[in-house]
Design a protein around this ligand. Sequence first.
Ligand code: C2E
Ligand code: MG
Ligand code: MG
Ligand code: MG
Length: 294
Amino acid sequence: HAKNHGGNRYRYFTEDMNAVVIERLEIENELRKAIERNEFELHYQPQYELPERKMIGVEALIRWNHPEIGRLPPERFIHIAEETGLIVPIGNWVLREACRTNADWQRQGFDPFRVAVNVSVVQFMESDFVQQVSLILEETGLEPRWLELELTESIFMKDHKRVGMQLTELRNLGVTIAIDDFGNGYSSMSYLQRLPVDCLKIDQSFIQDLENRKSDSERSKTLIKAFVNLASNLGVKLLAEGVETQEQSQVLNEMGCRLGQGFLYNFPMTADEIESICKKENRSLNLGMNEQRG
Ligand code: C2E
Ligand code: MG
Ligand code: MG
Ligand code: MG
């Protein structure tokens, strides 16, 4: 075909651009209807205390099951949701669904664990964000200490006073705060010292670099070591994200990073699958007692 058009690159360029614009508009339109059509679903990925592999929490990760397009990963639509403001109702849906599900697991008698929810900076900066969180906790009956909010370093670029106040309000509620993709964006030691956070989640890239060229792996080890010291000095938890191999897990353990999440341990899975894990691991106090009683 290229020959027939005499190598008219401009024409191809415009067609490509159109395709991008059309896809974007289509996703935007479909996104508007997705909540009421109940097309979103949460998957949950376990987080572990190592090396015992005690499950300490799960991270909720959104999936969009579109009837025609199929399943879309968050990379395909979260940025569009952020640009259009749709992330606010979507984010509230995620919070409610995650809290409701965790409260439900607890009602079944499993040993309680935290659910971590990703919060977009756009959602976080809404004036009634804290109120929404508080409302959702009340509505679902989940105790605040079993909810962790994951924010990226991009919050450090926003109005410090306001961010600090909101984080304090959330912590006063009893909710915990994690910094996601830590080390990947803009962070400053002084913000970390001033802003109340509970956990740093080391960005996956550092973990993956552990097995790249020798120089990358040494660099990455040095940085992870620094994160371990930083977290310990600040008195916050440190969790490694994207752990894929036994070797990475081993190195992290040797360096003193005790919490981990990644494909090595588990893929993100449905709420039902988490429930089976809980049953298998005999996390259920009530069930265990009933069995004993015969
Ligand atoms: P994130 O919060 O940093 O989540 C971790 C991502 O890494 C997830 O991708 C997860 O499936 C993937 N992952 C987990 N273990 C491994 C591993 O061992 N190796 C590799 N290569 N990847 C691993 P996912 O589910 O596609 O989510 C991508 C991003 O989309 C998330 O990154 C988060 O920034 C965003 N996201 C997901 N759900 C939500 C949501 O409900 N709200 C908002 N605002 N953002 C969300
Ligand atoms: Mg996250
Ligand atoms: Mg992350
Ligand atoms: Mg990310």
